[in-house]
Ligand binder design. Structure first.
Ligand SMILES: [Zn+2]
Ligand SMILES: [Zn+2]
Length: 296
């Protein structure tokens, strides 16, 4: 039962919500800056803090429950459709005498045939089929064994949100980290402001026990979240992923390149713009082949 709960993500999501609101409750039940403001009738800071915590929880659920960019099916992959449409256009432009050799007795071009006939410049690295779910993997996709699905522009599987971080939710993950970092830093400062002195260690612990717990939780979270925030800002600015950064030597489209050579890198500003503002599915194969041909 507990295994299923953990698998379904209920456990981590419930733990996150309980930990968040318990820490918030501790801050408002002790003599912290937030409590003092509330008692003075100055509600701006308490309301802003509560709104920030609420926003962090909402973003947590958004990232945790949304589709990270699962590959749906071979026919449904936009990359496949884009590449095929390019090739269909290419075929339409070729003289009938030139293509009759390709289509002898075959008036309808099947997808498998089309895959084989796609010109080399559009797929300099051949698409491979996933060994687990048997779908064609678009470039930069990877199979997640926890989710049991292939994920586009796979970054990593995050156990705390119980979801993959991929093409569709990576920007939301980074936004969530920003808001979470602001919330835990404010909570840490508020918890510290409530610590009171006492004549003995025993009294001191009994009076500050819950606040010390809040300081420990927010302290650990602030360090972890700051590290993740820095790492993911760097990855976004370089247009790379945790998976590509850590396992470059195992990735077929990167392992033969220099360690400094990232075929998807368009410069920090363009990379960040694409990361945060472009919500469509990207045909990475095309960008990769343009880079290989030296046209980008
Ligand atoms: Zn797969
Ligand atoms: Zn996953």
């Amino acid at each position: 039962m507990f295994k299923n709960m953990f698998r379904s993500g209920c456990f981590v999501r419930t733990a996150h919500v309980i930990l968040t609101w318990l820490t918030t409750l501790v801050l408002f039940l002790h003599n912290t800056d937030l409590r003092k403001c509330q008692e003075r009738g100055d509600l701006l800071h308490p309301v802003m803090f509560s709104a920030l915590v609420l926003l962090s929880v909402l973003l947590y659920f958004t990232v945790s429950l949304m589709d990270p960019g699962f590959v749906l099916s071979d026919d449904d992959t936009k990359v496949n459709r884009n590449v095929k449409s390019v090739f269909r256009k290419h075929l339409a432009e070729v003289k009938p005498t030139a293509i009759c050799g390709l289509f002898q007795g075959a008036p309808v071009v099947r997808d498998e045939e089309l895959e084989k006939m796609i010109p080399q410049e559009h797929c300099s690295v051949k698409q491979r089929r996933c060994g687990f779910c048997f779908l064609l993997q678009p470039m930069r996709a990877r199979h997640c064994r926890t989710c049991q699905r292939c994920v586009r522009r796979f970054d990593h599987h995050c156990p705390w949100i119980d979801n993959c971080v991929g093409e569709r939710n990576h920007r939301w993950f980074l936004l969530y980290l920003c808001v979470q970092f602001a919330a835990v830093c404010w909570a840490l400062q508020a918890a510290w402001s409530g610590v009171v002195f006492a004549s003995s260690w025993q009294q001191w612990f009994s009076r500050n026990g819950f606040l010390l717990g809040a300081i420990a939780v927010t302290g650990v979270f602030s360090v972890v979240v700051l590290l993740l925030l820095c790492i993911h800002l760097y990855l976004a600015s370089a247009n790379t992923t945790t998976w590509e950064f850590m396992s470059r030597h195992r990735i077929v489209y990167l392992k033969h390149r220099d360690s400094e050579d990232n075929p998807f890198d368009r410069g920090v500003v363009c990379n960040l713009w694409d990361f945060f503002c472009v919500c469509r599915t990207v045909a990475w194969e095309r960008i990769y082949s343009r880079h290989a041909n030296g046209t980008v």
